[in-house]
Design a protein around this ligand. Sequence first.
Ligand code: GTP
Ligand code: MG
Length: 212
Amino acid sequence: MSLLLSAEFAATAASLEQLPNDTLAELAFVGRSNAGKSSAINAICRRKRLAFASRTPGRTQALNLFALREGSSANAQTLARLVDTPGYGYAQAPLALKRQWDGLAGRYLRQRTSLCAVVLVSDIRRGLTALDHALLAWIPAQVPRMILLTKADKLAYQERLRAQALVRAQLLPAESGEEGTCAMPLFSATKHWGVDEARTWIESRLTARPVS
Ligand SMILES: Nc1nc2c(ncn2[C@@H]2O[C@H](COP(=O)(O)OP(=O)(O)OP(=O)(O)O)[C@@H](O)[C@H]2O)c(=O)[nH]1
Ligand SMILES: [Mg+2]
């Protein structure tokens, strides 16, 4: 069974100090406010309300951690974690909230040594924004990343392919990290498109990092 199907809510952290010890591999979902991060986590973990998704931008305001576990529930051992992060770029967010994002999700990306991969969730209709580029620059070079082009169901087939090609062209070479390539699956949480591809990519990155 896929490790991702064992996901359970583990903790919420409103500051880096509240995070559990930096020992298990963690994979973070990042992206603009309302892009579809929480919905993507639910689709990938095949759960309806593991991460809280909402039409209201700015819904996720802390780091939410989900434990991926092996074994029966009585003595299940946590092997790795998924992290849902607050979205950035919500135009109406007060400055204080924007600073809080920078201090929380931004610092998490730059400082968390157990970060083993990042999934950047991008609404396919928007392409990469200046904030997405800034975020990609923050991710340490050795950390692999994938760009989930979500809400692909909102575009017709040809438009989807055009948008995907545009994002590929927008991506600067350094933004792919040391892996040199960046997977960019077309994704839809509602139609379950790209879910298997995302799951395979995530699992291979989580298991590539030895658990200390
Ligand atoms: N049609 C469609 N709607 C989606 C998809 N993914 C997410 N949505 C909708 O987009 C809205 C935002 O989704 P969330 O998953 O809450 O987005 P988020 O990135 O977690 O948002 P914040 O936590 O506020 O940053 C919700 O109304 C979802 O139902 C998708 O693939 N297709
Ligand atoms: Mg969210």
